[in-house]
Write a protein that binds this ligand. Sequence first.
Ligand code: MF3
Ligand code: CO
Ligand code: CO
Length: 368
Amino acid sequence: MTTCASPQCGKETESALKCPVCLKGGIQSAFCNQLCFRAGWPMHKAVHAAEDGKVFDPFPNFNYTGKLRAAYPLSPKRAVPQHIKRPDYAQNGRPVSEIRNDRLGKITTLSEAEIKKIRKVGLILRKILDKVALHIAPGVTTDELDAVLHKECMAHNAYPSPLNYYNFPKSVCTSVNEVICHGVPDNTPLQDGDILNLDVTIYLLGFHSDLNETYYVGEKARANPDTVRLVETTREALDLAISMVKPGLVFRELGNAIEAYATKNECSVVRSYCGHGINSLFHCQPNIPHYAKNKAVGVAKPGMVFTIEPMLCLGTHKDVTWPDNWTLATQDGQYLAQFEHMLLVTETGCEVLTARLPDSPGGAVPRI
Ligand code: MF3
Ligand code: CO
Ligand code: CO
């Protein structure tokens, strides 16, 4: 049994359809069938290019919207030792329990015992993000950050939730500049002047915890007034939304406040991805849109846990998906920023389960 060599598939296979180029090199890579072979070949051949040490763009004919390019080959799938408890999709990519739960449409509230656990997981997640963020610097590749994240997760016996979620190939999402979200770690070296979002999620003690921050790379990024206005407005928009969370809050109100604040600072709000409930499932009810006049259902009650994760843009909020079927970029190639926290509704307000620690890297900088 091996994992199908098509990065989009990810299923286990005993197929005899081996890659001839790999075979020559003494490696056994198998595709489930012809369909997987055809769909997976453009990305699979990236592995061959790796052998001559060259980094290349697997989508040379794609109309990229900004300066960023995919930089393949992807590194091989990182292993998770057997003793680490995995979510249901770790094997074949389908989050079956999540899909089943979506049909019920109910918002879960956690018991005291469950809250104790998810609080612990949230704190560990914060420490993991902080460790990875220390490595951000010009010249470092997003795959190197993935390696650091993966190792940190293993050290805490945590499963990196993105790994194989709907076949996502890596352990963390790294979104640079015009990438809105779900950027796939690859050989792209960060550059002075970039902004980078690290979106980390772990599964531990039976609970997922989710957190992201946008960081300035090098000194040039902090010296650009538009970049700073974008990043700081997004950070503040999340803080503003968090200050509204208490029992009785109507979820659809959050988007009204976030968009009003974004507009005041000449930013637009992404509509295609939303905050979400999170517990033993990665994504569940409630759905939390960040834009105004949304039709989100539900009211906050003590014991609910969900994320708010606004994505704000300097230009258009409209998106394009790269041919990797994951990376989402702005249509005009302008920068965007995102921040995410995981919140527990309490009797009087909310607790930020992923709150920054006194020594967390990154953090607000003054506008220029
Ligand atoms: N962490 C993201 C979120 O905030 C989801 C990433 S899904 C993945 O909801 F598959 F890309 F990892
Ligand atoms: Co999230
Ligand atoms: Co996230």
